[in-house]
Design a protein around this ligand. Structure first.
Ligand SMILES: [Zn+2]
Length: 337
């Protein structure tokens, strides 16, 4: 998966470590200057450029001064060394295991969703999926034991990923300090008792626990607190996403309204296609239609991408430009307007 790919549109996202205090000496952690991790991944939701800040302990007497702490949410988006989002891996796993699709069929589906992937890479993603569900091996347990001794305990984070709406979710538990995937399983229900039962085998490993981290889903927070009875921390970007959800929903509704008003583009496009090559006004109108087509592709995504607002601004710009253009037309029509 090292082949260089080029992407038209890349969304940038920044992540800060959720941990605020050093697990070893409990002093406040301090952010390191500059980005500690940069990575571009393809997700089902577009291409993401991820920037991760790290924190460290500045207590000169602390034995863990060398340790760097990253966002557990950042770790949840992809596996180390893999340039596809975990959502893509989960989709591959679901299609193969549940729908019995061939690698080629899965590849075609992903490509139709805009993911640049070869059938060979789909096979690698299937391997990663199986690795994810394999569970802990002896070396992982040793690593966890060492971290437990070094920090006096471990930190668990949990997250669910859905391959398609209405389908079960793949739930993953990670240990934050070692970034190990500890447990993954498909769950059809997302209530607190189900999640608690899912967390139980992790608890049964018997490691000492310092804290838990997750988004603000009530059932999940309840299950984490009931399982470990330890402090719980909300992921910042999850928190922001949850806070922005009503805004994004409004934006989506606004976008639907605007789109309902823009009708008949296809008819205009046909006229442009049928026009003579030397028809200058057809060329000008064609430029506007193209801009409009691009605007209709804008999407709203939590927390900060508001497609409706962007589309509205674009329409305003186009209207102003057309008006300027019409005024000028009494004199001459130019391609610059
Ligand atoms: Zn420390």
């Amino acid at each position: 998966m090292r082949k260089t790919k080029s992407f038209q549109s890349v969304r940038r996202q920044y992540f800060y470590p959720e941990l605020k205090r050093c697990p070893s000496c409990h002093q406040r952690l301090s952010l390191l200057r500059g980005l500690y991790l940069k990575k571009t991944i393809q997700t089902l939701d577009g291409v993401l450029w991820l920037g991760g800040y790290a924190s460290h302990c500045v207590n000169p007497k602390c034995q863990d001064r060398q340790r760097r702490y990253l966002s557990s949410q950042l770790a949840a988006l992809s596996l180390p060394g893999v340039t596809y989002g975990l959502d893509v891996i989960v989709r591959v796993g679901w299609r193969r295991q549940h729908d019995h699709r061939t690698m080629n069929e899965i590849g075609q589906e992903l490509r139709s969703l805009g993911v640049q992937v070869t059938d060979r890479e789909v096979e690698r993603l299937w391997d990663y999926y199986r690795l994810l569900l394999r569970g802990l091996n002896q070396a992982d347990l040793v690593k966890l034991r060492e971290a437990e001794q070094a920090y006096g305990g471990l930190i668990w984070s949990a997250d669910g990923l859905q391959p398609e709406s209405g389908e079960p979710q793949l739930w993953v538990v990670r240990e934050v300090l070692t970034r190990l995937v500890v447990r993954a399983e498909w769950l059809s229900q997302m209530d607190a008792p189900t999640l608690k039962a899912f967390l139980q085998p992790v608890k049964a490993l018997g490691f000492k626990t310092l804290a838990t981290v997750s988004d603000q889903q009530q059932a999940l927070v309840k299950a984490l607190k009931a399982t470990w009875r330890k402090p719980h921390q909300a992921c910042q970007s999850h928190f922001l996403r949850d806070a922005a959800t009503p805004l994004v929903e409004q934006d989506r509704a606004g976008m639907v309204e605007i789109k309902a008003k823009i009708r008949g583009i296809r008819a205009i496009e046909r006229q442009i296609e049928a026009a003579e090559p030397q028809d200058r006004s057809a060329a000008i109108v064609g430029t506007y239609v193209l801009a409009l087509r691009q605007g209709l592709r804008f999407r709203s995504r939590a927390p900060l991408q508001l497609g409706g607002v962007r589309l509205y601004a674009l329409l305003e710009e186009l209207t102003n430009s057309i008006q300027r253009c019409l005024k000028k037309e009494t004199m001459s029509v130019s391609f610059n307007c």
